[in-house]
Write a new protein. Structure first.
Length: 72
């Protein structure tokens, strides 16, 4: 449900890097733990190398608001 929205937003906001990780990939377990990912989907916004905000859940409206808020 959220994948097409994620893709659309990545095209709409080319100055923002969009990254997907497969939390079921054992090789990424350290990354998953380091970023505190406990639910799927989880969206984490980094700005200037710092984690500034995150949320879990398939909320297209919330995802776009997060992007708009931090790309001004």
């Amino acid at each position: 449900m959220i994948a097409p929205v994620f893709s659309k937003l990545s095209n709409q906001y080319p100055s923002v890097s969009f990254v997907k990780i497969d939390i079921d990939n054992g090789a990424l377990s350290t990354t998953v733990n380091d970023h505190g990912i406990t639910g799927v989907p989880t969206f984490v916004y980094y700005k200037g190398g710092r984690r500034v905000e995150s949320f879990s859940g398939a909320r297209p409206d919330m995802l776009e608001e997060l992007i708009k808020k931090h790309t001004k």
